[in-house]
Design a protein around this ligand. Sequence first.
Ligand code: 7PJ
Length: 262
Amino acid sequence: MGVLNVTPDSFSDGGHYTTMDAAVRQAENMLRDGARIIDIGGESTRPGAEVVSSEEELERVVPVVARLVEEFGCLVSLDTSCPEVMREGAKAGAGIINDVRSLTREGALEAAAASELAVCVMHMRGEPATMQQQVDYGAPIEEEVFRFLEDRVRVCQAAGISKDRMIVDPGFGFAKTIEHNLRLMNRLHSLQSLERPLLVGVSRKSMIGKALGREVEDRLPGGLALAALAVQQGAAILRTHDVGPTVDAVNMAWAVLKEGTN
Ligand code: 7PJ
């Protein structure tokens, strides 16, 4: 899964045409590099980020979804918590809803259920702006994450989203300390008992920065090591900014794992 940000801060020119043009070119490059999903986000969910209006998010995201589906026929996921973006994005041809807030916004469960799209739920606490103030857990992090995801799958099912439409994600970096993130990576395999495809996003994240003392532009090698560890423990989808190198890392890990099944 290649990350495509359509936030103004990621395209400094800001102009509409320029954003669209740059988005299409970036998606094309990621698909050429082996991405199978393009994850389009119009709201920054990094720690401390500001909230954007749904009108603004719609305007940024939906035209890009329509264009990528039309031009490349690719699988598009909507990195959104906003019900309107889910509805309009689905109409524009998206295939997955990737909501870091796990359909907790008012109307999101209903919008997702009606869309008939696949849904990724992710472990987090609170909001991206304040989540790093909520890192005290009663139980070991993998147990907290397991219970949270199990509960969100149950809530989604009750709202009419069948279990076979669901993807689960432990939410690396979301309301977690470096110790939580490292521990969770060691125990990622335990989430396989949720019996849903596992999505993992570690690309360029601060856990790499903290472990290696690297700035964001120098985190690729650390991210590739984490990608290989995730694949070995059953990750089905890796969300990454660096598709080409990640595809190689995943295929290398797979070559070794496949040999082990002989
Ligand atoms: C994730 C995400 C993640 C899913 C972001 C960043 C922060 N969606 N959106 N999983 N992270 N499903 O890329 O650093 O880990 S935004």
